[in-house]
Write a protein that binds this ligand. Structure first.
Ligand code: S6P
Ligand code: ZN
Length: 189
């Protein structure tokens, strides 16, 4: 039995107090995720492996009945014209959805079905975005400041990163003259 508890979420920084283990993702963790691997390697060499995003997960057992929750902070940046973003995943249990709440900055939630159907949902502070069951999801920072959001999802959902890692999303979100634009992913089968 878990005692009721509350955490303090800083909407400006994304920091959740009392989170013992922060997940950090650097450019070197994103090697398979970007369409232009040469620019990615050049940026790592030139800038010493910059931070792309951080996750503050509230510590809870990953089991049915629990509601896992965390913040994610995606820093501003690009690899060539592709924005900094999360790896993206399906839930292992495909029939588990999720809710995102925008806290700070500007971004896009990309969603994709197994058949390659893609949807994009813009997010700003106050946007409550719903990830329905069966949709893979990735978030992208389309602005010039950190993009921060809160997420809550079922404790037994699990994460399947492999499917997205192998093929990527069917469409890439790229900067075209300052405008976030979806283009076909040449790597997608
Ligand atoms: C978990 C939820 C988010 C992401 C986080 C990082 O189900 O969707 O908390 O884990 O935004 O993204 P990723 O794709 O690296 O897990
Ligand atoms: Zn998820």
């Amino acid at each position: 039995m878990i005692e009721p508890f509350a955490t303090q979420v800083n909407f400006g920084t994304g920091v959740i107090d009392s989170v013992p283990h922060i997940i950090t993702r650097r450019l070197s963790d994103m090697r398979r995720m970007y369409a232009d691997p040469h620019t990615l390697e050049a940026q790592i060499a030139a800038h010493g492996d910059p931070l792309v995003y951080e996750v503050y997960p509230v510590e809870l057992p990953e089991e049915a009945g629990q509601i896992l929750h965390c913040t994610t902070i995606i820093y501003p940046g690009r690899v060539n014209d592709e924005y900094y973003m999360t790896k993206g995943h399906f839930h292992s249990k495909r029939d588990c959805g999720e809710v995102y709440l925008g806290l700070s900055g500007t971004g896009m939630l990309l969603l994709q079905l197994e058949d390659g159907t893609v949807r994009a949902v813009p997010m700003t502070p106050g946007t409550s975005a719903y990830v329905p069951p069966y949709w893979a999801h990735r978030t992208v920072n389309t602005g010039n400041e950190p993009f921060i959001f809160f997420a809550a999802w079922p404790g037994d959902a699990g994460h399947d990163y492999g499917t997205i890692e192998q093929t990527g999303f069917a469409q890439l979100l790229v900067d075209r003259g300052g405008v976030p634009t979806l283009v076909p992913n040449p790597r997608y089968p």
